[in-house]
Design a binder for this molecule. Structure first.
Ligand code: ZN
Ligand code: ZN
Length: 393
């Protein structure tokens, strides 16, 4: 069966490269993947695969029914691009100013379409079904949860899920797997310090929010370095600051704002971070006579891979790329991934597929020069196919 997958993967290679280039030229941001989802639906329709469109606005579901009864495995790709202006010199460069496939989701969509072609050709040998999930908006608010709310995991009921990400931190031709926690929950916070504005020359009559905010930003650094157990992963980053007006040098502003992100893998640490940030904000503002507003917004849950599915993925991927090219990642990533919602609902695992020529020189995702070789899609596609076959048969 491995040879069959290799053969079919070669057969559909040029077709899929064309699809990836078309997607790359026409990137669309979250919930605006109209051309993309049409291309996906048309491709699946042409293969005679059952298709459902407009799921969670632009999502597409395909269903390959095997000849024999059995379980259902879901394979997932994301379709959205980013608001980044492309600065590569590839011949299929983005034609849309300010929008780019700078995370590899064009490759995920094309690879899953190729896996669909292969598995559809093998459907007479399948015991069970393959559900294909093409989701909107992985990058911003997350399209996976709305697709689950629109019942992608039902009818037929999904028993397991697999997803993969082309990954700039790993060497091309290799795949990283991870048992247990793999990606963090990417929560966000906003803090507003409210003081009393006034003349810059008479600060004693104001409550200046700027030094108060600076104290808060500095003290937030001590949550990870001084208050957290060092063996428990936690990241707190302040990512934007705002106070006053760039054109004004003589007025103390009334308000100062900071916002950022908190990355954790478990509920206890998440609650600890949420509460400790507020304790610091409350303590510093109160002692300075200011007030505050604090908002902590929970985004995706952490992505926790299922152990049995990860074992299965490891052995299936080893069949298609060789034992020595599949390895357990040493550490989880502090990035977020809304595949986490699928992993919360069914046994699931997510894998990283290497795209870097040299892993000491990683390719930066979300960068305007993000570029990778089409050949890497073969590894992702073959891995998805082999896992699906091994799971069902
Ligand atoms: Zn991304
Ligand atoms: Zn991504």
């Amino acid at each position: 069966m491995v040879n069959k997958i290799n053969e079919l993967c070669e057969k559909y290679y040029s077709n899929i490269v064309d699809i990836r280039h078309e997607l790359h030229r026409n990137p669309e941001v979250g919930y605006a993947e109209f051309k993309t989802s049409k291309l996906v639906a048309d491709t699946l329709n042409n293969l005679g695969i059952e298709v459902q469109t407009n799921v969670a606005k632009t999502g597409v579901i395909g269903l390959i029914k095997g000849k024999y009864p059995g379980k259902t495995i879901l394979l997932r790709a994301d379709m959205d691009a980013l608001r980044v202006n492309e600065e590569t010199d590839v011949e299929f460069k983005s034609q849309v100013p300010g929008v780019m496939h700078a995370c590899g989701h064009d490759g995920h969509t094309a690879s899953l379409l190729r896996a669909a072609m292969i598995l559809n050709e093998l459907k007479d040998e399948l015991h069970g079904n393959v559900k294909l999930m093409f989701q909107p908006d992985e990058e911003i608010t997350g399209g996976a949860l709305p697709m689950i709310e629109e019942r992608i995991l039902e009818n037929p009921k999904v028993d397991a899920a697999i997803g993969g990400h082309l990954w700039g931190g790993l060497k091309t031709g290799t795949v990283g797997v991870k048992h247990g926690p793999m990606m963090a929950s990417p929560d966000i916070f906003n803090i507003k310090v409210i003081g009393k504005g006034g003349h810059g020359g008479v600060p004693q009559n104001s409550i200046d929010p700027i030094p108060i905010l600076c104290q808060i930003v500095n003290t937030l650094q001590t949550i990870v370095s001084r208050k957290n157990n060092p063996v428990i992963p936690l990241v707190i980053s302040c990512c934007h600051l705002k106070a006053g007006n760039l054109d004004c040098h003589n007025a103390i502003p009334t308000e100062a704002i900071v916002g950022g992100t908190v990355r954790t893998f478990d509920e206890e640490t998440r609650l600890f971070a949420e509460k400790t940030i507020e304790d610091i904000v409350k303590g510093i503002t109160t002692c300075q006579g200011a007030t505050y507003e604090y908002e902590y917004i929970r985004q995706f849950p952490p992505l926790i891979n299922d152990n049995d599915m990860t074992d299965l993925a490891t052995s299936s991927i080893a069949k298609v790329i060789g034992d020595k090219n599949v390895f357990e990642l040493k550490e989880p990533s502090m990035g977020g991934e809304d595949f986490a919602y699928l992993a919360k609902n069914v046994p699931a695992t997510f894998v990283f597929v290497g795209i870097a020529e040299d892993e000491k020189n990683p390719i930066l995702h979300h960068n305007s020069k993000f570029a990778w070789d089409d050949e890497n899609m073969k590894v992702l596609c073959k891995s998805l196919c082999q896992i699906a076959l091994d799971y069902l048969n």
